[in-house]
Design a protein around this ligand. Structure first.
Ligand SMILES: *Cc1c(COP(=O)(O)O)cnc(C)c1O
Length: 376
């Protein structure tokens, strides 16, 4: 085995260049290394512009962005918030921070995003908000969700942590709900290490979120705090990296699309395996390269395939587990979700896997990865 063949292929790696380095050092040398400094406002402006939205509020991560969005939308303890069962845990955790209850709904086949019919069925008199998640770079079907929410007076938060730059029927994700949240964690499409942002066109929400994220201090009276707030601020150092990442965004996406094309070619004779399936109304962004194994694949088969990949120095990840099956959410059983969860989401969770999506790949999808998928 030559050195190249042996090279370990990680699932993800941040794509940082000289511009990130330059801005980061500039922030460092300015002395403004906490959460005051010129890069914060610049990053908020640049990223909200990018989303086609008026306001952006930078925060310390994507999870607290959801927490603040829920608070600003008036979600209270005991309220219900509709959440897809197939998502990263943070979407539900933020609902729990409030003392509200996530109500989990079924996925759409293949793409895994929240099923709008299931959303409508899940509404009760306690429902306050709905959080569509743009899963693995693919937008949720927003039109029916927004329409259902309008009819029932629900607050809509797009969780766009995995879909920077994706479009739904020509509209940027993040510009469709009452507000949207992003994460800039190290493996996300656009990263600041840790970090997040809420974006919205609503000035009242913006003011409320700014107030809450900075200890709920009265903007006109220093050290006067009319409510209990939070320290959910982003640092100027992180924002400096973020400014460079926004400037390089087209390049970041182009590189990811190139990798996805390599995989599509490598898997083109394996018709039973779907690589980043999508709907015609969506313009997804490749966050990760996702493979959906053939119908009927069991989790034992999927996991042993992942084991075989690992033995060859190829990293991979399973899809998320449906949240309704996890210990903090067993109360779902009481509302009719059975032991095996919601079947569409369950099936995707078993058949889905994430493949190395680092941007320096070249021949590997064809020579090292696809051949291992021969007989599953
Ligand atoms: C990454 C992610 C988050 C949370 O982001 P952090 O910055 O890690 O807190 C929230 N929702 C989804 C869907 C995510 O993928």
């Amino acid at each position: 085995m030559n050195e190249d063949q042996a090279r370990f292929l990680p699932v993800a790696e941040p794509d940082l260049g000289t511009l990130e380095e330059q801005y980061l050092l500039d922030a460092f040398h300015s002395g403004w290394i906490s959460s005051i400094g010129a890069y914060i406002g610049r990053f908020e402006q640049a990223f909200s512009n990018f989303c086609g939205v008026e306001y952006g509020i930078a925060v310390s991560n994507g999870t607290v962005a959801i927490h603040l969005a829920l608070l600003s939308g008036g979600v209270k303890p005991g309220d219900e918030v509709i959440v897809p069962t197939l998502t990263f845990v943070a979407t539900a955790s933020a609902v729990k921070y409030i003392g509200a209850e996530p109500v989990f709904v079924e996925s759409e086949p293949e793409i895994g995003t929240m099923n709008p019919i299931a959303v409508e069925k899940a509404i009760t008199s306690r429902t306050k908000a709905v959080i569509p998640v743009h899963l693995y770079g693919h937008p949720a079907d927003m039109d029916p969700i927004v329409e259902i929410a309008r009819q029932h007076g629900l607050f809509v938060i797009e969780d766009a942590a995995e879909a920077h730059g994706a479009k739904y029927k020509g509209k940027m994700v993040g510009s469709i709900g009452h507000c949207a949240t992003f994460s800039f964690y190290g493996n996300k499409i656009l990263t600041t290490g840790e970090g997040g942002m809420v974006v919205t066109n609503d000035k009242t929400l913006t003011d409320r979120i700014r107030f809450l994220k900075d200890h709920a201090m009265d903007p006109n009276r220093r050290y006067w705090h009319p409510e209990v707030g939070f320290n959910y601020r982003m640092t100027n150092l992180q924002a400096a990296i973020g400014c460079a990442q926004v400037a390089r965004f087209d390049d970041l996406i182009l590189r990811r699309k190139r990798i996805l094309e390599l995989y599509r070619k490598a898997f083109s004779d394996k018709l039973e395996i779907l690589i980043n399936p999508s709907r015609t109304w969506a313009t997804p962004v490749p966050w990760f390269v996702c493979a959906l194994l053939p119908k009927g694949t069991t989790h034992v088969q999927r996991d042993s395939l992942m084991e075989r990949l690992k033995e060859k120095g190829i990293d991979s990840r399973p899809y998320f587990y449906p949240l309704c099956n996890m210990p903090p959410y067993t109360y779902c059983r009481k509302v009719g979700i059975k032991e095996n969860g919601l079947p569409v989401a369950e099936d995707l969770s078993v058949r889905g896997m994430i493949l190395p999506s680092v941007t320096w790949l070249s021949h590997e999808p064809a020579t090292r990865i696809a051949p291992l998928f021969q007989d599953i």
